[in-house]
Design a binder for this molecule. Structure first.
Ligand code: ADP
Ligand code: ZN
Length: 730
């Protein structure tokens, strides 16, 4: 008997293996990249064919047969499949789950890959000849349909006929009689582009010329201060690709926060644009995916997961704000969309442009090693120039309510000039602690090693780590003493500002103020229209907004980032300061930036303020180099958590021992295990183990045996564990 035809299928399950099935024939086997429905466990799953193996990975008698092939042509082309396999290997994540992450939900559950075109109907010659008044007596609906189609000379969408009460049965009958036929839908009138492009400045023209010089694989780091016209350069690059009939993928960290970016792209590219992000409804996402794949969308702007979109002819990838940690997925399949994008470009032999006003140290190290080309835009567009940055020493100017006297005076001055102020504080809520003076203790989350945050307006205490939520009793539950709110969150700052500036309009931009649909857009709109005088907000403020009338930016507390435990804390702080400062003085009005700190002599702040981000980055890179940390070393983090503290501890102690046994310890350093920064979170104890190596190869050599051995550690069933390759947070 001939050996059965086999297909190897990746199925989205948390198992690091693929599954072989018999293809029952007689048709040809579905090719690699086609979806199939296969029996799995007690039910069925949708998987993707990876290859046609000659011999099965399991005994032949245990093989089951494919139930149904879902695609005639591959949904995932060979290039994308190669990229996904690479990502699965690199991040040590099951291929089936990696592929699932690349597909919109509709396709994961087996919906057709091609959109079903809407039906259009038209009269035939026989249909036009039919006498409608006699027909109307015995079949009024048929007559109505013919009447309507006769009046409407163009092909008529079926939905329009249904609107008249004409159902499928009637249409079928008319079709059977040969009176009507379906026709191809008329070409959709695509929305024409509206905007015209401004003439480039000399600096932009130079940058564009350098960036467009090569069309094969190369990575360019476009390092341009905020407002230097990077986006305009992206738009020109995209236009060049359109002229060559090629698609562009543009990744952005966040879409909802930057409606201006999408508006600009829509203006310029009209109906050729598709937007992809997690806020879309399943159907919309699927529609955008299909348009990218069939090539009707030629500019695709999207967040992280858009890096896995299927394209017809991709010619360029742009990664805006490449330093943003939102590009790293922090759970499940923990990939970096930036790094995957660079790999994708390499495989396709097309260029990548990374853009930022505050490039990541990783990318700057690649510039130093001459792997990436540096292209700079050093001047802002317009007459405003760079904002002036100044420190306010809180040791000399008390800020008991979060706002020091020099800052209040500056706000006063900018208000009087009719301009807007933006205040940044990375802490939402009213106060970060509700404190009992008698017990000398703050209200704690029962499930986390963290204080509860007071949300005074709604009278509740909330944990910002696990979501625990309870009424805020003003008196201490232990001793009855009246408790006091200590410290400031954005809500309290908003309240304090109202007291100082009763005539000013104050708005707040943070997660609490924007969780209902439409709230975010409304706040951004009122800031843009100038009706808001002072805007207080969290990290959300740093994200690329272009508010032309903001002339003063205040950073209320820079110190949180100065002494962080994460080796990336200084880099993050510098990026935040520069990004938030970049919101000041974007139009023709010069900007001023004031930073409150208790550590005005800290070398990081000094370097950043006196010599700028590039100098800061050089200093920080030298420190990383000395310590062997990324980008000069490769990191892998093994995290584990459990209900009982000793389970994850013991698990990681055993994991560390195993790593030391299998690794070439001259090349791999095993650090820990150690408790996570917040050891207990949502009732679980969290620990982590770090592997550090100068190169990736010795880590790769270790993974196979080590990861297999983790499964036999006695505590394995009592812990949740995950591997994070190139972690961005420790
Ligand atoms: P970035 O992306 O670097 O922050 P943008 O491209 O958004 O900079 O440009 C900043 C502002 O300057 C925007 O309002 C933009 O419309 C405007 N702008 C950019 N390039 C030009 C130009 N060549 N001529 C006139 N205005 C420009
Ligand atoms: Zn909690």
């Amino acid at each position: 008997m001939a050996a059965p035809a086999l297909v190897r299928v990746a199925i989205p399950v948390p198992l690091a293996q693929t599954f072989d099935y018999i293809w029952p024939g007689p048709d040809a086997r579905p090719g690699a990249g086609c979806r199939v429905s296969v029996p799995f466990g007690r039910g069925h799953r949708v998987g993707v064919v990876i290859e046609h193996p000659r011999t099965p990975a399991i005994e032949a008698h245990r093989l089951k047969a494919v139930t149904e092939a879902l695609d005639d042509t591959p949904l995932i082309d060979s290039h994308l499949l190669a990229l996904l396999s690479w990502a699965s290997d690199y991040y040590r994540h099951p291929l089936g789950e990696v592929i699932a992450a690349a597909l919109p939900k509709g396709l994961r559950v087996g919906k057709p890959a091609a959109a079903q075109p809407p039906a259009y109907w038209q009269l035939t010659a026989a249909g036009s000849a039919r006498d409608r008044s006699t027909l109307a007596k015995k079949a009024p609906r048929q007559a109505l349909a013919l009447e309507h189609l006769a009046a409407r000379i163009e092909p008529t969408p079926e939905a329009e006929l249904r609107g008249l009460g004409i159902g499928t049965a009637t249409l079928r009958r008319l079709f059977a009689l040969g009176w009507i036929v379906t026709v191809e839908p008329p070409p959709t009138a695509s929305r024409p582009p509206q905007g015209s492009s401004p003439e480039l400045t000399q600096a932009q023209a130079r940058a564009l010329a350098t960036l467009s010089a090569a069309t094969d694989f190369n990575v360019a780091m476009l390092f341009g201060v905020t407002g230097s016209g990077k986006t305009e350069v992206y738009l020109r690059l995209i236009e060049q690709r359109l002229d060559a009939d090629l698609q562009t993928l543009m990744l952005v960290p966040e879409i909802s926060l930057t409606p201006q970016m999408v508006a600009r792209l829509t203006d310029r590219f009209g109906g050729q644009l598709a937007v992809m992000h997690s806020g879309l409804a399943d159907g919309e996402r699927l529609a955008a995916w299909r348009r990218a794949r069939d090539g009707t969308a030629r500019v695709i702007v999207g967040t992280r997961s858009a890096v896995f979109t299927s394209f017809k002819r991709l010619g360029l990838i742009i990664i805006d704000e490449e330093h943003d940690s939102a590009y790293k997925q922090q759970d499940g399949f923990r990939y970096s969309a930036r790094d995957v994008a660079v790999m994708r470009a390499r495989m396709l032999d097309i260029p990548v442009v990374l853009g930022s006003a505050t490039p990541s140290l990783e990318s700057l190290a690649n510039v130093q090693r001459e792997r990436y080309r540096l292209v700079e835009l050093t001047e802002r567009i317009g007459s405003a120039g760079e904002p002036a940055l100044r420190l306010i020493d809180l040791n000399h100017h008390s800020a008991g309510n979060g706002l020091s006297q020099p800052l209040l005076a500056a706000i006063e001055k900018h208000l009087a000039a009719g301009n807007q102020t933006m205040l940044f504080l990375n802490r939402r809520g009213f106060a970060p602690a509700l404190f009992c003076p008698t017990c000398a203790a703050a209200a704690q989350c029962p499930r986390c090693d963290a204080n509860l945050t007071l949300h005074a307006a709604i009278g509740r205490l909330r944990c910002h780590h696990c979501g625990n939520d309870r009424p805020a009793d003003p008196s201490c539950p232990t001793c009855g003493t009246e408790r006091v709110a200590v410290g400031e969150g954005t809500q309290r700052i908003e309240e304090n500002l109202t007291a100082y500036f009763p005539n000013a309009t104050i708005a707040r931009l943070d997660r609490d103020a924007t969780h209902r649909k439409g709230e975010l857009a409304a706040i951004l709109k009122s800031v843009n229209s100038g009706s808001v005088d002072i805007l207080v907000g969290t990290q959300m403020l740093t994200k690329g907004h272009d508010f032309p009338n903001v002339t003063l930016v205040g950073v209320l507390n820079a110190d949180q980032g100065l002494f962080g435990t994460d080796f990336r804390a200084p880099e993050r702080l510098a990026q935040t300061i520069v990004q938030v400062a970049g919101r000041a003085g974007r139009g023709s009005l010069p900007g001023e930036v004031l930073i409150q700190t208790y550590f005005p002599h800290h070398p990081l702040l000094q370097c950043l303020l006196e010599r700028g981000y590039a100098a800061f980055a050089a200093m920080a890179l030298a420190e990383r180099h000395a310590a062997g940390w990324p980008p000069f070393g490769r990191l892998v983090l093994l995290r584990a958590d459990s209900h009982r503290k000793q389970d994850s501890e013991n698990f990681l102690v055993a994991a560390a021992r195993s790593a030391r046994r299998h690794a070439d310890t001259s090349q791999v350093t095993v650090l820990g295990p150690a408790p996570a920064v917040m050891e207990r979170r949502a009732g679980r104890f969290r620990h982590q183990l770090i592997l550090l190596a100068a190169q990736r190869a010795p880590l790769d050599a270790l993974f196979g045996k080590w990861l297999a051995e983790l499964k036999s550690i006695p505590e394995v069933n009592r812990v949740r564990y995950s591997l994070d390759v190139d972690p961005v947070e420790l």
